[in-house]
Ligand binder design. Structure first.
Ligand code: NAD
Length: 544
């Protein structure tokens, strides 16, 4: 079995790498406006109702045109997925895993192109876009290997006179509903985990990033994943998404997105529909209100750099983005004196231009909502920098810092999902930990301190799914920092971790009575074997 290794990022300071990216940006730009089909059972379908994907850096510029799926198309997708499931569920794990390894290799080959689409469609800067593609590649390699591991079954104790096995089998048809903010990585992670486990999938991409999703479908086709394993259904969440979530044949839903939509999906999926014979499984990863504590004994320069990247990387539009900064009173002034100039120095503008570190927010509605939150924040506290649009012809907002915020304030409690940082003063470390936990969310957090006892206390008491010590609170790596949150941040699925595939599988225990003779010694060896190979079934038969 090959070893897992995370993918390296491109170094865009190198002229040759920069040139490749510039070429990819121009090549993808020349393909703007293309129309993409719905894909059901391998058939490409066009509908009368369409919608567009827009460039957030240039108002009104169309990146791609898509079909608006309705309930009828959603039903067709369900039928195709159900039909394909009949054979895909028995396809050997090795074949399924190989599909993922092939997808990873194609993405490696098309890396700059995928990076470029992400710059155009969601406004990531080059490095953020490249990290997103790298993560998608990592998910494929990691889940491919994980599928092979799960295929070996569970390790059990022996029992005289019996052969016992616990095997992991798929669930059925799943609906995969990703967000736009990691338009490739999260989409690829949830989709590949689903189908490498033997399930078939209906993938409903976010309407803010369907081009990247369509590029993934091209790669799925190129990797020769059998038709019908992944069905692509672009369209509004409220129609296609709702219909599939409620559908009696949907076996599971893999969702990543906002708290509101996630809770709605959990509620809808919880109602058994006529003809439904299972409890639907919902994997729901939702919002965050992530924190960084800078303690009185912290390395301030390192904390300044970590907070800046965590709060404003990809315009603060990460579920893991730092939106609550908790500063110990003793270092408050020093931190702010060093921090504010670094925020004011951030260049905001179209990320096609490599110099702009911050791009636009995703769309008009996000732009309006963020500016509204800034108004609320400025009335709750004091605007320290930013707080206004950054000009230009896109949805650009200046990185914003609002100080003198208290735990009861809305901008301390509600997810804004934009470049807005609320700063709160802590009297001491006890107070800082209490502030950290004063949230309905529990996704990521970081603590900067040189005091070992305080670090140990943070490990025990700061209630988040991903806690970082003396580093930024964003940038979890597949296979290294399994990712998922507590409380209203979701079901703590730990994407990119060893428990993740289990969410897409069910365990089946098999016991065969073989009599007392020769049972104990031979059983353990059999238990480690895989389940589907006909040759092994024959051996078992002989014994019977
Ligand atoms: P969103 O909830 O608006 O949309 C997410 C997906 O749900 C989209 O594909 C959308 O089309 C679909 N959808 C919308 N209404 C639906 C419905 N009624 N039924 C079914 N599907 C529906 O979220 P978003 O704006 O795309 O993403 C941002 C949110 O995602 C933030 O809250 C962020 O914190 C969260 N997020 C969480 C994680 C995590 O791992 N916890 C990761 C990334 C993003």
């Amino acid at each position: 079995m090959k070893a897992f290794k995370t993918e390296k990022y491109n170094d865009f300071t190198k002229p040759a790498i920069r040139q490749k990216m510039e070429k990819a940006l121009a090549m993808t730009r020349s393909a703007f406006g293309k129309e993409y089909s719905i894909i059901i059972g391998g058939k490409k379908i066009k509908l009368d109702n369409k919608f567009h994907s827009y460039n957030p850096s240039k108002k009104g510029e169309i990146i791609g045109t898509f079909q608006k799926a309705d309930e009828n198309t959603a039903e067709q997708a369900m039928q195709a997925a159900l039909e394909t499931y009949q054979s895909w569920q028995y396809t050997p794990a090795k074949v399924r895993a190989n599909c993922l390894f092939k997808i990873a290799n194609i993405m490696r080959r098309r890396r700059f192109e995928l990076d470029a689409w992400m710059v155009h469609e969601v406004g990531k800067n080059w490095i953020e876009a490249d990290a997103d593609v790298a993560e998608a590649i990592d998910f494929c390699d990691y889940y491919g290997l994980e599928a092979l591991r799960y295929d070996k079954g569970a390790t059990l104790y022996t029992y005289p006179g019996e052969i016992n096995k616990t095997v992991y089998i798929p669930l059925g048809v799943g609906t995969v509903i990703p967000p736009w903010n990691f338009p490739l990585a999260i989409l690829v992670g949830m989709t590949t985990a689903s189908f490498v486990s033997g399930n078939t999938v209906i993938l409903k991409p976010s309407s803010d990033s369907p081009v990247i999703a369509a590029k993934f479908m091209e790669i799925v086709e190129e990797a020769k994943v059998p038709v019908g394993v992944v069905n692509f259904l672009s369209g509004p969440g409220a129609i296609a998404g709702d219909y599939l979530v409620r559908h009696p044949k949907t076996r599971f839903i893999a969702f990543t997105g906002s708290k509101g939509v996630g809770l709605r999906i959990i509620e809808q999926a919880g109602k058994a529909q006529p003809g439904q014979i299972w409890i639907k499984r919902v994997v729901a990863e939702m919002g965050g209100k992530d924190l960084i504590i800078v303690d009185s004994e912290a390395d301030i320069d390192s904390a300044v750099a970590g907070v800046r990247t965590s709060a404003f990387g990809f315009q603060g539009q990460k579920c893991s983005a730092c939106s609550r900064l908790i500063l110990d009173d003793k270092v408050y002034d020093e931190f702010m004196r060093k921090f504010i100039p670094t925020v004011e120095a951030i260049k905001v503008g179209p990320t096609e231009n490599q110099e702009n570190w911050m791009g636009p927010v995703i769309n008009e509605s996000a732009y309006n909502s963020i500016l509204e939150y800034i108004k609320i924040g400025a009335s709750e506290g004091r605007l320290a920098c930013g707080g206004e649009p950054a000009g230009g012809n896109g949805w650009f907002i200046r990185p914003t810092v609002i100080t003198d915020i208290e735990a009861k304030d809305r901008i301390f409690q509600e997810e804004i999902f934009g470049p807005v940082l609320a700063v709160t003063r802590a009297r001491n470390y006890d107070h800082a930990v209490a502030l950290a936990n004063d949230s309905e969310y529990g996704l990521t957090g970081a603590v900067y301190t040189r005091n070992r006892a305080k670090l140990e206390r943070a490990k025990r008491e700061v209630n988040v799914g991903n806690l970082y010590l003396n580093r930024k609170c964003t940038g979890a790596l597949v296979g290294i920092q399994p990712f998922g949150g507590f409380n209203m941040s979701g079901t703590d699925s730990k994407a990119g971790g060893p428990d993740y595939l289990l969410l897409f599988l069910q365990a089946k225990s098999l016991t065969e009575f073989i009599g007392k003779k020769n049972a104990v010694k031979k059983a353990p060896k059999k238990q480690a074997r895989t389940r589907v190979k006909p040759k092994r079934r024959k051996t078992a038969k002989k014994r019977r």
